[in-house]
Design a protein around this ligand. Structure first.
Ligand code: NAD
Ligand code: DAU
Length: 356
C-alpha cells in the first residue's frame, strides 16, 4: 500500500447512506489522505449527508457515473488515485424487481468499468494500490432457520436481480485479480441501519411512517430474519479491510444480531412512541401485512470469525441503544427526511403498492 502521506482514495457512491459514513470516517480519521467522493447523485445520493465535512481540506466531490470509462480514466490519472473503495450501486431489492436492467447496468457494467479504469491506470504497478469492493451478504442466498451463518466459503446463490447483479460484480472483481493481478479485497456486509438511510428501507420507512401515522407494510408473515449492523461499525470494518485485509480475500461483516422483521417493527413502534410521548401501544394499529416480496429470502446471518480473527474487528454499537439513537436522529432531522421523501418518492411508493 502507498505510504500514508501519498494516499488518494476514490470512494464511489460516497453521497449514499453507507458511502457518506465511509467518506466521513476517512476524512476525519486520516486528515493526510485525499478523499474523493465520486457519485452520480441518483435519487439515493444526497450531498446533504456530508454537510459537516464538505469544506474539509482533504475532501472533494466529483459528480460522475461509474459507467463512464473516459471520465474515470482522466480522474484516476489527474488525481493519482491509489486506492478505490467502491460502494456506488443500485441497492434496493424491491426496485431491482421492477427494473433489473438498471441494476445490471450500474452494479455489473459500472463495476467492470471501474475495474478496467484501475487496471489501465495502475498498469501492473500494483505496489501501494488497492481496489476494495463493497458487496453484500445477499450474494450467498437465503438460510433456513437452523442453518449455520454464511461464511466466506458459502457458495453463491443469489435470488433477486439486486443480489444477482452484486454477485456478478463480485465475480468480475475476482476475475480482475486472478487474470490481471489487480490487488483487490471484497467485503460482504449484512443489513445496515443508522442515520442518513433512505426511507425506502425497512427501518427508516417505519420510523417515518409511525411519525406520519401511516401504515407499516410488513411483507408476508413478518417472520423473515435479517442480521442488523450499525453503519459506523461497517465503516470501521471497511477501514480495517482496506488497510490490512489480505490481497484477493473476502471478509464477511455482520452484527451477529438476528431479528424477525415483525419484532424490529414492534421495537421501532415502542421507541418512536416513547420519544413522541405517545402512550404504550399507540401505533400498534399501523402494522399492516401486505403481499410478500417476490423471491423473498427467509434469513440472512453472517459468520464474522475471519474478520475478528485476522483483523481484530468487533462491532461497537449495541443494537438497542444504536436503534434508539437512530430513531432520535430521524426525529431531529425532519427537514432531511422531508427532502428525501418528496413527490418522486411518494409517487414511487404509490406505484409500488399498485404492483403488489
Ligand atoms: P445507497 O442506495 O444509499 O447509495 C448508493 C449511492 O451510489 C448513491 O449515492 C448513488 O447516487 C450512487 N450511485 C448509484 N449509481 C451510480 C453510478 N452509476 N455512478 C456513481 N454513483 C452511483 O446504497 P447503500 O445502502 O449506502 O449501499 C452502498 C453499498 O453497500 C452498495 O454497494 C450496497 O450493495 C452495499 N451494501 C449495502 C447494505 C445495506 O444494508 N444498505 C448492506 C451490505 C452491502
Ligand atoms: O443484507 C444486506 C442487504 O440489506 C443490502 O445488500 C441491501 O442493499 C439492503 O437494501 C438490505 O436488503 P434488504 O432487502 O434486507 O433490506 P430492506 O430494508 O429492503 O428489507 C429488510 C426486510 O424487511 C426484508 O425482509 C424485507 C422487509 N420489508 C422491507 C420493506 C421496505 C418489509 O417487510 N416491508 C417493507 O416495506
Amino acid at each position: 500500500m502507498a505510504s500514508d502521506r501519498q494516499r488518494c482514495i476514490l470512494v464511489t457512491g460516497g453521497a449514499g447512506f453507507i458511502g457518506s459514513h465511509v467518506v466521513r470516517h476517512f476524512v476525519r480519521k486520516y486528515p493526510y489522505y485525499h478523499i474523493i467522493n465520486f457519485d452520480k447523485l441518483t435519487y439515493a445520493g444526497n450531498l446533504e449527508n456530508l454537510t459537516d465535512i464538505r469544506n474539509a481540506p482533504n475532501y472533494s466531490f466529483v459528480h460522475g457515473d461509474i459507467c463512464d470509462l473516459g471520465t474515470l480514466r482522466a480522474l484516476l490519472r489527474e488525481q493519482k488515485v491509489n486506492g478505490i473503495i467502491h460502494l456506488a450501486a443500485e441497492s434496493h431489492v424491491d426496485r431491482s424487481i421492477r427494473d433489473p436492467f438498471l441494476f445490471a447496468r450500474t452494479n455489473v457494467i459500472g463495476t467492470l468499468t471501474l475495474l478496467q479504469a484501475a487496471r489501465e491506470y495502475w498498469d501492473k504497478q500494483w505496489e501501494g494500490k488497492r481496489f476494495h469492493h463493497v458487496s453484500t451478504d445477499e450474494v450467498y442466498g437465503a438460510l433456513e432457520l437452523g442453518d449455520a451463518p454464511f461464511n466466506e466459503s458459502t457458495p453463491y446463490s443469489p435470488h433477486s436481480p439486486y443480489s444477482a447483479s452484486k454477485a456478478s460484480s463480485d465475480h468480475f472483481v475476482r476475475a480482475y485479480h486472478d487474470t490481471y493481478g489487480l490487488p483487490v479485497v471484497l467485503t460482504h456486509s449484512s443489513n445496515n441501519y443508522g442515520p442518513f438511510q433512505s426511507p425506502e428501507k425497512l427501518i427508516p420507512l417505519c420510523i417515518h411512517n409511525i411519525c406520519e401515522n401511516k401504515p407499516l407494510p410488513i411483507y408476508g408473515n413478518g417472520e423473515n430474519i435479517r442480521d442488523w449492523l450499525h453503519v459506523q461499525d461497517h465503516a470501521q470494518a471497511i477501514d480495517e479491510v482496506f488497510h490490512r485485509g489480505r490481497n484477493g480475500e473476502s471478509y464477511n461483516i455482520g452484527g451477529g444480531n438476528e431479528w424477525e422483521n415483525i419484532d424490529i417493527v414492534k421495537l421501532l413502534i415502542r421507541l418512536v412512541d416513547e420519544q413522541l410521548g405517545h402512550p404504550a401501544g399507540h401505533s400498534d394499529k399501523l402494522i399492516t401485512y401486505v403481499a410478500d416480496r417476490a423471491g423473498h429470502d427467509l434469513r440472512y446471518a453472517t459468520d464474522t470469525g475471519k474478520l475478528r480473527r485476522e483483523l481484530g474487528w468487533v462491532p461497537q454499537h449495541p443494537f438497542e441503544s444504536g436503534l434508539r439513537e437512530t430513531v432520535q436522529w430521524y426525529l431531529e432531522h425532519a427537514e432531511w427526511v422531508k427532502n428525501v421523501t418528496g413527490c418522486a418518492y411518494e409517487r414511487y411508493y404509490a406505484e409500488m403498492y399498485n404492483d403488489k
